[in-house]
Write a protein that binds this ligand. Structure first.
Ligand code: ATP
Ligand code: MG
Length: 565
């Protein structure tokens, strides 16, 4: 079993049964069918892991199919990004890259067959008239006055639709099923529309385009897909999917199976809404590290392994649910924890002067990249000198009980170095501390202080050697779990204003001057960071925070009660 498609699930049970019954001649063919009208997001990753993972597990194949039947929204840019993202996630379609638009001719021939059987007709009603005549769940639809057109007339009109004899929207081809069906999808659905719009692949070869339902199922059939796995909202389309295949006497017949889409708390997952954020420049692009897109997660520094583990962990079910962002974050931490080297970076520097340390003395400490108990090797040199930076929040003038960091008269250990004591606090006119004057206990390098206990350990950098860096603190894009929950009102009202904080004055330890784009580090006590591949300037690296070390949101909720409470 692969990590990707997850442990046993109901889809495996169906496939096992199909294989046992010999229904698919021993084959498993799945497909991942994105419409190239946007970038892939983590919801798509669930579908990719499932489809490619099942193919791997059953020794089958998975097709990458561009479901490109809408000329108005599709572009090459999206095709390229989708291919890059699927590969990055770790999957390979080999030669099996297909396009629904490659099947336009065959789909047209299939439609002619439907007409020949009296199962489709050319309808002259307008879009609005078709909708009005469709009825509701409680009221049957009204048959189109064109429903009983003779076959020959339908054939001739459909040919002329293709030839461009009629204006856009003036006619459609509709399946002839049942206007009284309790399933609205079966009330003579439209399967071809006239639309003069250049298609990104077929140009102006066509002025009629197939509907999603018509193109999708027949593409599955053409490709020999055995199990067509889609999200729950297509459940009501399944009778139509099967009706089409029956009309065409399709053999062997693909089988549609629905599963619950991934909904992620504190995020939106609709391509339309993500597109809106990009277009309105709420984010810097599809790859903004706050976005739930695969390109955004990659830019943030998340690994494909973490996403695959996440997809395996959420499982595959039949009921919709909202997955907590905390689960994604914990998968990311678990993935990064073991092998990410640990270094020091002060985000908000406060100057410390070690008064009993000689002016020019520099001690090069050899500091391991990993905790001793990890068994991992590797060290770097960390210089210690008379002036340091520590984190401003690691000092409190008037500390509450249980504050184990630095305060006047108090002691703390510098990570991998000595214990220091704060003797004096220098402040500016506004009363803000600007410098701490401290003394070093020179007996405490790798040794406990004698006769007292020092509980806190803080990170630090030598001021003279510090590397100025830009640090970008990324957080959840939305401040509420379900930003689209209230139907009226704009989802953008719920954007988290603190989802990006740019720290211009951060000071990193000098070893990070050698950090290369795309590397990951744990900044001790802070989180996991990624060296941004695009925005660094010479001598000034940019670090994207991938995730904090702890689930700070859970802690907030503990204090405030559950969200919405
Ligand atoms: P959107 O609603 O965001 O536009 P979509 O479903 O229209 O998404 P497609 O490009 O058609 O996007 O999706 C390709 C495949 O990915 C489909 O099989 C779809 O079922 C699946 N998919 C899309 N979103 C999710 C999700 N949130 N969870 C699981 N699978 C998804
Ligand atoms: Mg879709």
């Amino acid at each position: 079993m692969s990590e990707s498609s997850g442990p046993g699930n109901f889809i495996r049970t169906i496939i096992d049964e199909d294989l046992a019954a010999g229904r698919t001649a021993g084959r498993v063919v799945t497909r991942f069918p994105p419409e190239p009208n946007g970038y892939l997001h983590i919801g798509h990753a669930k579908s990719i892991c499932l489809n490619f993972g099942l193919a791997q597990d059953y020794g089958g194949v998975c097709n990458l199919r561009f479901d490109d039947t809408n000329p108005l929204t599709e572009e090459h840019e999206y095709v390229a990004s989708i291919e890059q993202d699927v590969r990055w996630l770790g999957f390979d379609w080999g030669e099996r890259r297909f396009h629904a638009s490659d099947y336009f001719e065959r789909l047209y021939e299939f439609a002619v067959r439907l007409i020949g059987k009296g199962s489709a007709f050319v309808c002259d009603l307008s879009h609005d008239e078709v909708r009005d005549a469709r009825g509701t769940l409680t009221r049957p639809g009204r048959p189109s006055p064109y429903r009983d057109r003779p076959v020959q007339e339908n054939l001739a009109l459909f040919a002329r639709m293709r030839a461009g004899d009629f204006p856009d929207g003036s006619r459609t081809l509709r399946a002839r099923i049942d206007m009284a069906s309790p399933n609205l999808n079966l009330r003579d659905p439209v399967i071809y529309r006239i639309r003069r719009a250049p298609h990104y692949r077929t140009g102006d070869a066509w002025c009629i385009y197939p509907s999603y339902d018509w193109a999708h199922g027949q593409s599955d059939y053409i490709e020999g897909v055995t199990h067509s796995i889609c999200t729950l909202e297509f459940q009501d389309h399944r009778p139509l999917y099967e009706w089409f295949l029956e009309q065409l006497d399709a053999q062997p017949r693909p089988r549609q199976i629905e599963f619950a889409r991934l909904n992620l708390a504190y995020a939106v997952m609709s391509k339309r809404l993500l597109q809106q954020l990009v277009r309105e420049r709420v984010v810097s692009g599809w790859d903004d590290p706050r976005m739930p897109t695969l390109s955004g997660l990659r830019r943030r520094g998340v690994t494909p392994e973490a996403i695959r583990q996440f997809c395996a962990g959420i499982g595959v079910a039949k009921a919709d649910s909202l997955v907590d962002m905390g689960f994604l974050e914990s998968c990311i931490r678990k993935d990064l924890e073991p092998a990410t080297p640990r270094v020091m970076c002060v985000h908000d520097p406060l100057r410390v002067v070690l008064t009993n340390w000689p002016q020019d003395r520099v001690l090069e400490l050899e500091a391991p990249y990993f905790p001793d108990e990890s068994g991992r090797q590797g060290t770097r040199l960390v210089p210690l000198s008379r002036e340091l930076f520590i984190e401003r929040e690691d000092f409190m003038e008037d500390p509450p009980k249980g504050f184990f960091r630095l305060s006047p008269g108090g002691e703390v250990r510098l990570r991998r170095a000595y214990v220091i004591r704060c003797d004096e606090v220098l402040k500016d006119a506004a009363g803000t501390p600007v410098e701490l004057r401290c003394s070093v206990d020179l007996e405490t390098l790798n040794a406990a202080p004698v006769g007292r206990k020092v509980r806190g350990i803080i990170h630090w950098v030598s001021a003279r050697h510090a590397l100025p860096a830009q640090v970008r603190l990324y957080d959840r894009l939305f401040a509420v779990p379900n930003p689209t929950g209230d139907k009226e009102g704009d989802f953008k009202r719920h954007l988290n204003p603190d989802a990006l904080q740019v720290l211009a004055g951060a000071m990193a330890e000098p070893s990070l001057a050698a950090a290369r784009p795309g590397e990951r580090y744990q900044f001790e006590r802070k989180g996991f960071y990624f060296v941004d591949p695009l925005d660094a300037a010479p001598g000034k690296p940019v670090f994207n925070r991938i995730v904090t070390l702890r689930d700070t949101w859970a802690r907030l909720q503990d204090q405030q009660g559950p969200p919405g409470a």
